[in-house]
Write a protein of this length. Sequence first.
Length: 201
Amino acid sequence: MRDFSSDHRWLSLNTATVRKQGDLTAIIEACARHGIRAIDPWRDQVAAIGLDRAARAVRDAGLELSGYCRGGMFPAIDRTGLAAAREDNRRAVDEAVAIGARTLVLVVGGLPKDAQGRPASRDLGAARGMVRDGIGELLEYARGARMPCAFDTLEIAARIYPRTCRCRMHGPSLGGAAEKTTASLRSFSNARMRALECSAA
């Protein structure tokens, strides 16, 4: 296993892991101070300080953005929800471009839920269809913005496609985001999330 204790070149901090320690500005400053050269910020953390301020802080610190979390959550219980998800994902693409991210990470979502957060349907096939259609629509927009998209592969494996991320249906514009977890499958590590090319064949 690679030792990151003295060489941080391959480290990227998923900022969700330290959200309780400070806002995004403080996280960026701490990364620069400790020689961590890349981060993967979450949209809510960016929104909390403002997109322009976040982009400026990243540039001033000389950091890379290995990804931007997150787009996705495509399934919904009705057309209104699907349209809202589509618009939110387009905003996520625009934000990723503005902040200078390498890729937009997609957490695709599971079964659609009602207002109380309970599953509104048990139709896994329909949820898969909404994910497939949502990704297809998003990629058309993302290609125009020249923003690659990548799956959170652990999430999609657990929720929607238990054996494969099925990137081939959408060609090389869509990849998988690989991450090394620590405490559990639901926790994020500080290892870099990397976009993996998927074959269009």
